[in-house]
Design a protein around this ligand. Structure first.
Ligand SMILES: Cc1ncc(COP(=O)(O)O)c(C=O)c1O
Length: 320
């Protein structure tokens, strides 16, 4: 397995940074879709599994079970496949059909919860299903992206280093949040080199991370219906809460103005970065935003006019 671990480690990280078109600032994006398994989540998925192997928490017979409806599940599924480990994703009906299809191709067992939890979402139902599986089976490992410190350590030792090394000066770093693992690890690392950099965390209306009340969200990949302890470690200077409409606009602007086909959380970060550039009004500043994944999984939602009209432009559906 050691050789396979080496091989997989070479497939993750060192993603490109692009300078985008802007006369109002030095505007940069870190393109995380270029990790081999398609997203920023390749980093914590690999880090968590390799650390658990090192500690002896996982052997070749361990069953890995994780609650994720998105990129983290895809990353774990592909990494486990390459390492010869069994992975069971716990998903919910909000998963995109493309992601569910890929997971079902990669994993013999996929557990789909259907019961809404008390917040009106599925996250707590998914976590309950993981706990039940752990109670009823031996040799189960739960990577626990909502609580495992290795989630944010992955970013402290990986993406945070790459960003710090890439720039001589950085004024703003803008990133969308969910578990908070990335903003915690990256902010801690980047502020070691740039103590004055402002970290802007971007969230979506209806997410509870920064204290707003829960509301049904149609945008996937960012926001959460629980706040993890990682946010207590994160060095966040500013919070921007965007509406779903602003996030869709950000995605379309990123495509039309910059030629980048990216996921919802990237469009959100781009929108927030543009807002920041307008507020600050200093063309000499350097601002970096993170694009966690590509637009491929968003073709039938964020990039689909019928979906936008139904779920974003009609408020009654937004809350439904
Ligand atoms: C597409 C996308 N964007 C942003 C994030 C935010 O990352 P984190 O969970 O580290 O806060 C995630 C994580 O779920 C993601 O999948």
């Amino acid at each position: 397995m050691q050789q396979q671990l080496q091989k997989v480690s070479k497939m993750i990280g060192n993603t490109p940074v692009l300078k985008l078109d802007s006369v109002d600032a030095g505007l940069y994006v870190k393109l995380e879709q270029y990790n081999a398994f398609g997203s920023i989540k390749d980093r914590p998925a690999f880090y968590v599994i390799s650390k658990a192997l090192q500690r002896g928490d996982i052997d070749e017979n361990t069953i890995i079970v994780e609650s994720s409806s998105g990129n983290y599940a895809i990353a774990l599924a592909r990494i486990c496949k390459l390492l010869g480990l069994t992975f069971i994703p716990v998903i919910d009906p909000n998963i995109t059909s493309e992601k569910e299809h890929v997971l079902r191709l990669l994993c013999d067992d996929v557990h789909k919860v259907t019961e809404l939890d008390e917040t009106g979402g599925y996250l707590l139902s998914r976590l309950k299903a993981v706990q039940e599986y752990k109670l009823n089976n031996d040799n189960v490992f739960h990577p626990n992206q909502y609580g495992n410190e290795d989630n944010y350590q992955a970013y402290y030792h990986g993406l945070g280093v790459e960003i710090s090394e890439r720039f001589d000066r950085l004024d703003y770093l803008v990133m969308s949040v969910s578990t908070g693992g990335s903003v915690a690890g990256i902010s801690l690392r980047v502020k070691e080199k740039f103590p004055n950099v402002k970290i802007v965390a971007v969230d979506v209306e209806g997410s509870v991370i920064f204290g707003g009340g829960p509301k049904k969200r149609k945008i996937t990949g960012m926001g959460a219906s629980l706040r993890t302890p990682f946010f207590d470690n994160a060095l966040i200077d500013e919070i921007m809460i965007l509406s779903q409409e602003e996030i869709v606009n950000g995605c379309h602007a990123l495509l039309k103005k910059q030629g980048l086909f990216s996921g919802a959380s990237s469009g959100a970060a781009y929108y927030a970065a543009q807002e920041k550039i307008r507020q600050v009004g200093n063309p000499d500043m350097n601002i970096l935003f993170i694009a966690p994944d590509s637009g491929d999984a968003y073709v039938n939602n964020v990039y689909n006019e019928v979906w936008i009209e139904k779920y974003i432009n009609q408020p009654k559906y937004e809350i439904a």
